[in-house]
Design a protein around this ligand. Structure first.
Ligand code: SAM
Length: 282
């Protein structure tokens, strides 16, 4: 008997019409649907007239369900994985299951569709050439600022999920860490009735969030412009790493000159760093 297939099926993030025809067909044809919350997904399945049996798979039972689903797939059963909204595994359960199944040679097939991060990025007006998805920041402000500081020199566009009641605080922390000039977008309730995207600098958006309660209502994605490449190059990890490697063979002035030329960074800043690095090694 050949193994079954696991289909990773994206469901809507608000507008039901975003469920693809292929997703409907797969949900109706598999023998089992593993859902993050069977009651929540039951409503969607009822609306589309799908009667496939469901099984819960959430962060608290994923390990044990993985063994169970592996057995079923190995006995030839086809299974669909869905989450409450959007693409499973994207800030949702399923990573443990998918990685384990792949190790056991089970075929895993994506049925792509809505994803709030990608939808927000596509209307953010910010560079989409390279982006970093950060998911949810931690709830505590101290730890949140710590993570934001780690991202200070990240040149890619940053995409965050945020709970509505933390939107204002998070924007204030971003303003404190990234400064007020970076452009950003707050995209709320995408594909739903009250869909609104707010655009501006972090300074403008933080101020607006403090005065406009609507901005923090519903589901929210924050998209923030990455660090300006040249301005931060002198302190960027890339320039630093190159500098430290060159310092193993060259004097500080020459190493700084070369690293600055290669990375387009500030020579004086790199020289200062090189001198400190050499002094630290003595
Ligand atoms: N797997 C989902 C996806 O593909 O987008 C994300 C699940 S995560 C648990 C839920 C978060 O996604 C929300 O807190 C919010 O940040 C974001 N989100 C989901 N639906 C959204 C929507 N319609 N508009 C804006 N953000 C949304």
């Amino acid at each position: 008997m050949s193994n079954g297939i696991l289909y990773v099926v994206a469901t809507p993030i608000g507008n039901l019409d975003d469920l693809s025809a292929r997703a409907r067909q797969i949900l109706a044809s598999v023998q089992l649907i593993a859902a993050e919350d069977t009651r929540h997904s039951g409503k969607l399945l009822q609306l589309i007239g799908c009667h496939t049996p469901m099984l819960s798979l959430h962060e608290h039972n994923e390990q044990h369900r993985t063994v169970e689903l592996l057995n079923r797939l190995q006995s030839g059963m086809d299974v669909a994985l869905i989450s409450d909204a959007g693409t499973p595994l994207i800030s949702d359960p399923g990573y443990g299951l998918v990685s384990e199944l792949i190790q056991h040679g089970i075929r895993v097939v994506p049925i792509p569709g809505a994803c709030a991060a990608i939808a927000a990025l596509s209307v953010s007006g910010l560079s989409t050439a390279r982006f970093a998805f950060e998911g949810f920041l931690v709830a505590k402000s101290g730890k949140r600022r710590e993570r934001l500081r780690e991202l200070l020199h990240e040149p890619r566009t940053l995409v965050f999920y945020e709970a509505p009641h933390r939107c204002q605080e998070t924007l204030a922390d971003m303003l404190a860490v990234f400064g007020d000039n970076r452009r950003a977008a707050v995209c709320r309730e995408l594909t739903k009735l009250h869909e609104t995207s707010y655009y501006g600098t972090l300074g403008e958006l933080a101020q607006r969030a403090a005065n406009d309660a609507d901005m923090s209502r519903g589901e929210i994605v924050l998209v923030v412009e990455g660090a300006p490449a040249l301005e931060t190059a002198a302190t960027s990890i890339q320039a630093e790493q190159l500098l430290f490697t060159l310092l193993e063979e060259l004097p500080a002035s020459q190493a700084a000159k070369l690293a600055a030329r290669i990375c387009g960074a500030n020579r004086a800043e790199l020289y200062e760093l090189a001198v400190k690095h050499k002094a630290g090694k003595q």
